[in-house]
Design a binder for this molecule. Structure first.
Ligand code: ASP
Length: 328
């Protein structure tokens, strides 16, 4: 039986060309035009196309990500579908891939891809990324791997990957653990299993979750702003091992007293947070006032995770249990 792969198009540079008047990249390519850049597809799989949207990824909201997840859930259960590929802008690709990984449960491969060079540039990488994704989607080795990000012939787990460079073709990296595998000579090769797996059964999320990056001397005013603006959750990208300037502590405490969960991750590129330090604003102090710890997740992914959990429960104990489940 021929493999059938559903390709869901959402936009991004993979679907862009340089506009001659603007001299800047804008959405321009449709699904058929993108697919036609890949040679010999028919020898590998039947392709079904679904046009979800054609947006630059900074225009994709968490609400749209969840809507996409619901479309993926519906289609991945179809008997005739071997796997799903989603094309996406690279700027927020890691958030969409991570959200899909957390809310869609399937043994079948679900792969998110994009391109770093638009179709007008020399060396458009949309075709090579799409072809590598097709090879990955049709392989039985890709089953039970969760959502994958395939770019530049590297296969990364959605739960581990992040965009590391503004222009490199090999921008998607898993800095903590390295790639799961590669695509070589039209074959996907896995070197290891992913480290983290968490499924949360929800169709909705809470979009009002703030992300605060810490810097020396920062105070509590930003917390007061988010509390007054009705935010339902706050993620702090803390300093180093997981510490904040002491003048932030009243804001952190006020948020928690207002039943707003506060999650802490680090602004460091790698490494997990821990309650190592006992001084004011240190990790132990944050732990003692009820801050949740987000392990090695970057702030942008911790924010998506908190949105998903808040879509499921508002109970602070349940939020803690779900957020810190499997946190490393
Ligand atoms: N700004 C573009 C986007 O995220 C970048 C890309 O797709 O590579 O839509």
């Amino acid at each position: 039986m021929t493999n059938k792969v559903l390709v869901i198009f959402t936009g991004g540079t993979i679907a862009m060309k340089i506009d001659p008047n603007l001299h800047a990249a804008i959405p321009a390519l449709n699904a058929d035009e993108i697919i036609s850049t890949v040679t010999n597809i028919k020898n590998y799989a039947d392709i079904e196309v679904l046009n979800f949207c054609n947006l630059p990824s900074p225009h994709i909201t968490p609400g749209l990500m969840m809507k996409l997840a619901n479309v993926v859930k519906k289609n991945i259960s179809r008997d005739d579908i071997t796997g799903i590929i989603i094309t996406h802008g690279t700027d927020t690709l890691e958030e969409t891939a991570f959200l899909l990984d957390m809310v869609v449960k399937s043994e079948k491969p679900i792969i998110v891809i994009g391109a770093m060079r638009n179709h007008s540039e020399l060396g458009y990488d949309g075709s090579s990324n799409l072809s590598a994704a097709i090879c990955t989607a049709i392989s039985s080795k890709s089953r039970n791997k969760g959502v994958l990000v395939v770019m530049n012939n590297e296969v990364n787990a959605a739960s581990e990957v992040t965009k590391t460079n503004t222009l490199s073709l090999d921008t998607f990296k898993s800095p903590e653990f390295g790639p799961l595998g590669i695509v070589d000579n039209d074959e996907v090769i896995f070197y290891r299993e992913k480290t983290i797996s968490q499924f949360i059964d929800t169709n909705i999320l809470e979009e009002k979750v703030a992300l605060i990056k810490c810097g020396p001397g920062m105070e509590s005013d930003i917390f007061n702003f988010y509390i007054n603006a009705g935010y339902k959750g706050i993620v702090i990208e803390a300093l180093g091992r997981g510490n904040v300037p002491p003048a932030m502590m009243p804001g952190v405490i006020k948020a928690i007293q207002n039943k707003i969960p506060v999650v802490m991750v680090s602004r460091c590129y790698t490494g997990r947070v821990l309650d190592t330090y006992g001084y004011e604003g240190g990790g132990r102090n944050l732990r003692d006032v009820g801050v949740l710890f987000g392990g090695f997740l970057p702030g942008q992914k911790a924010r998506i995770k908190l949105m998903i959990i808040l879509g499921k429960t508002q109970d602070l104990n349940e939020i803690k249990e779900l957020f810190e489940y499997n946190v490393r």
